[in-house]
Structures are given as structure tokens and as C-alpha cells.
Design a protein around this ligand. Structure first.
Ligand code: FUL
Length: 435
């Protein structure tokens, strides 16, 4: 059986870009981890504007936004009725404000999906360490977030765990947390310490060269499943050195080249990029981040707006009789070439009709029917011979290869090894600008 994505996993993966928002008391204390003793009075973003966050994210091509409703310090950006450690005891909007609500409204207006980060590790809450009591507290807060803010598309659980004031280590009851989410928001994806989206394993925004969305079920996350499951990777990284905003890091926003490199190594390696952009102490995205995101979008548009293979003739080595291969590269995401052959593999040849210069190749599998390809190569036609241009292992939702400019009138994609008949959904040849 080939594991397949749920409709929600598919939509998430095809969206490619999610923005992370780290915001809270740390924004005002210049720290990365608060210890829970912060005075809520320090939380006072005088110009908070969630419309700005969503507009910037939307313009940059992001489709989901995840906010730290509560970080490890326990301070809640929403007026939880289960704690006093929240916006309700801050001077912001005289304690009547709710950052999660404002963001939810801004997202709704602009067709942006909303996700929440609720830190299980809570350095303020007194019941932390008294495992059953804290698990109930945590479920109560999850219930608030999943009930009061409309559709929540992703719930992001970090695994950090510590001891409570009683000196005991908290034992998280993950399965009961998942149950609350499945009951209240059955379409929400549960990420990282969750069964639907897998942490890529680093905080640099970089996936592996070989990145399978199909994985073995883990006893901890998927106790009721045996064998293979669809469990795609998410690559989290911050646009700055820290997750939270620090004035001293306004000059340390990642250079454009670095961000673009991250894009190729995350989205271009079958993963979703979760890029953190932290609002500042005014409650706004800072200018350097906004500027960088504009540049990021502009380079991606310049690169991917023109596919030189679009509309060009394609020959697939063999086609399944019931799914005749389309004979040109079209933008129809619901069709695919099946290069049926035994053992599974095959060739897709694109006749460009005239010499074309490009430096990027894109290939996508039809992942609705699982991820199959284990090895592939790209070749170009040069002086009467096929010359190897690039090679790789997995493809999945999207695989991008970069190389120095080449000129040719014919290109060939070879599927060398595949777990089952390879289903190729899209191919693209592009020219990235010099940065
Ligand atoms: C980590 C946390 O400890 C960091 O503060 C940050 O939230 C990051 C995304 O996850 O584990």
C-alpha cells in the first residue's frame, strides 16, 4: 500500500510557504526564552497592526501564518480564562486586547490560513509538573484557541519539557491533546510533536537531499497505525538570528542569497518552508524584514514566472493506456505522465523547438497518489549526444535543481528508479536572475 496525503496535508504541501510569528513578553525583554516571572505590564505594543503582518505575508506568497499564542514563558497573547498571565493584565488596549483574535480577523479578510503555536512547556503555570492537572490546563487552553477564533489550520507543538515548581518532570498526554484537536477542528494539521507534519530535524530551514513524505508510523505519534504513513517535512528557520525580535538584530536579517538558498533547500526538496518573521515591540514587522521579503518574492517571481518548457512538445517513453500522456507541458495539475515500464522508470523528453538558456529544472510528482521516485537525472542534447545536467534521488511535491546556465533545444528527464509507476505531474525549466 502506498501512503497518501489527506486533503489537508496536500493543500498544505502545495502551499509551500508558511510564516511563523514569534511574539510575546520576550519581544519586550530582549530575551529568547522567558522564565515565566515577567510582569504582564511589560507587554505594550503601541502600534500593533495584524493587517500589516498579513499583507506583508500575502504579498510575499505565504499561505499560512502560525503565531505563538503561548511560548515557554506561559504568557498568553489571548485572554485565557485559566491564567492571569496574559494580555488581559497588560496595558495594551487596557487589558481588553486579544492578539490571536486580531490576527484571526486579518487572516480571514485576506484568505490566509491561521495556525497556532501553544507551548506545552510552561515556566509560569503552577500546575506544571503535576502532570494530570497541567494536562487538563493545557487542554483547556487548546479548547479556547480551537473554539473562539474560527478555523485553525495547523497546531504546532514544540517538544521542550521541564520540571515544575514541585520538582517533577511534566509528562505530556499527547494523545489527549490530539483528541481535543480532532474533536474541535478535525481539519487542523498537528505539527512537529504531532502526527501530521514532521520536523525536518534542524532549525536552518534545510531539508535532506533525499526527503520522503512517506515514513514509518511512530509508536508515540501514531499508536493506532502500523507500517507506512504520509508524514511530510516542515523546515523552520528564522529570518533573523533569533526567533523573537531584538532591536540589535534589525541589522542582521538574513541576506537575500541566504533566503533564496533556503527556499531551494526546503521547498525545492519536497518540504514546506516555515519562515519566522517576528513582529517588533511596536507590534509591527520591522522595515528590514519587510524589505527582504519583497526582494525574496521578486527573485522568485523573476525566476519562476516563465517556464521555457510550457506548451512544448513532450514524449513520454511509455504511457498507461487508460491515462494517455499529454503531449505538451501544460499547467494542469490534475494530469500526469505515467512512464509505465518494468521495473518502474522511464523517460520524458521535451522538445524546446529552439535553443533556450536556463539554469533551474523543476519536477513534481503527482503526490495525491503517493511519492514514488527514488532516483532521476536530467540530460540535455548537446552536439548530437545526451549530456548529464543534474541527478537526484527523491522528487515528491517539488524538486528543484540549480546549475550554471546551459543552452539546448532538447531536454530529457530520466526516472531511473521508482517504488511504483512514476507519476510525473509537472516539469519546468527556468532562468534565475543573478542576485
Ligand atoms: C524551539 C523553541 O525553544 C524556540 O524558542 C522556538 O520557539 C522554536 C521554533 O522552537 O524549540
Amino acid at each position: 500500500m502506498l501512503a497518501k496525503p489527506t486533503p489537508q496535508q496536500l493543500e498544505w504541501q502545495e502551499s509551500e510557504l508558511t510564516m511563523f510569528l514569534h511574539f510575546g513578553v520576550n519581544t519586550f525583554t530582549d530575551r529568547e526564552w522567558g522564565d515565566g516571572t515577567e510582569d504582564p505590564m511589560i507587554f505594550n505594543p503601541t502600534e500593533l497592526d495584524t493587517d500589516q503582518w498579513v499583507e506583508v505575508a500575502k504579498d510575499a506568497g505565504f499561505k499560512y501564518m502560525i503565531i505563538t499564542a503561548k511560548h515557554h514563558d506561559g504568557f498568553c497573547l489571548f485572554p485565557s480564562k485559566y491564567t492571569e498571565h496574559s494580555v488581559k493584565n497588560s496595558p495594551w488596549k487596557d487589558g481588553k486586547g486579544d492578539v490571536v483574535k486580531e490576527l484571526a480577523q486579518s487572516c480571514r479578510k485576506r484568505d490566509m490560513k491561521l495556525g497556532i503555536y501553544l507551548s506545552p512547556w510552561d515556566r509560569h503555570e503552577k500546575t506544571y509538573g503535576d502532570s494530570p492537572a497541567y494536562n487538563q490546563y493545557f487542554r483547556n487552553q487548546l479548547t479556547e484557541l480551537l473554539t473562539n477564533y474560527g478555523e485553525i489550520s495547523e497546531v504546532w507543538f514544540d517538544g521542550a519539557c521541564g520540571e515544575g515548581p514541585n520538582g517533577k518532570r511534566q509528562e505530556y498526554d499527547w494523545q489527549s491533546y490530539y483528541q481535543v484537536i480532532r474533536d474541535l477542528q478535525p481539519d487542523a494539521l498537528i505539527a512537529i510533536c504531532g502526527p501530521d507534519i514532521r520536523w525536518v530535524g534542524n532549525e536552518d530551514g534545510i531539508a535532506r537531499e533525499t526527503e520522503w513524505s512517506v515514513q514509518e508510523a511512530s509508536p508515540e505519534r501514531h499508536p493506532d497505525t502500523k507500517g507506512k504513513i504520509w508524514y511530510p517535512a516542515e523546515c523552520d528557520v528564522s529570518i533573523r538570528p533569533g526567533w523573537f525580535w531584538h532591536a540589535s538584530q534589525d541589522s542582521k536579517v538574513k541576506p537575500l542569497e541566504h533566503l533564496i538558498d533556503i527556499y531551494y533547500k526546503s521547498v525545492g526538496r519536497n518540504s514546506v518552508l516555515l519562515l519566522n518573521v517576528p513582529p517588533n515591540d511596536k507590534g509591527l514587522f520591522a522595515d528590514p524584514d519587510v524589505q527582504r521579503l519583497k526582494e525574496f518574492r521578486s527573485v522568485l517571481d523573476q525566476t519562476f514566472d516563465v517556464n521555457f518548457a510550457e506548451g512544448k512538445a513532450v514524449q513520454a517513453s511509455s504511457a498507461h493506456p487508460e491515462h494517455p500522456a499529454s503531449n505538451s507541458v501544460d499547467g494542469n495539475g490534475n494530469t500526469f505522465w505515467m512512464t509505465a515500464q518494468n521495473p518502474p522508470g522511464g523517460t520524458i523528453e521535451i522538445d524546446l523547438g529552439e535553443p533556450v538558456i536556463f539554469n533551474i529544472a523543476m519536477v513534481k510528482e503527482y503526490i495525491s497518489l503517493s511519492q514514488r521516485v527514488e532516483s532521476y537525472s536530467w540530460e540535455i542534447w548537446k552536439d548530437g549526444n545526451w549530456i548529464k545536467l543534474a541527478e537526484g534521488t527523491t522528487i515528491g511535491h517539488k524538486k528543484l535543481d540549480r546549475f550554471t546556465d546551459v543552452t539546448t533545444n532538447k531536454v530529457r528527464l530520466n526516472i531511473i528508479k521508482s517504488l511504483a509507476t512514476p507519476l510525473i505531474r509537472y516539469v519546468g525549466l527556468y532562468k534565475a536572475p543573478l542576485i
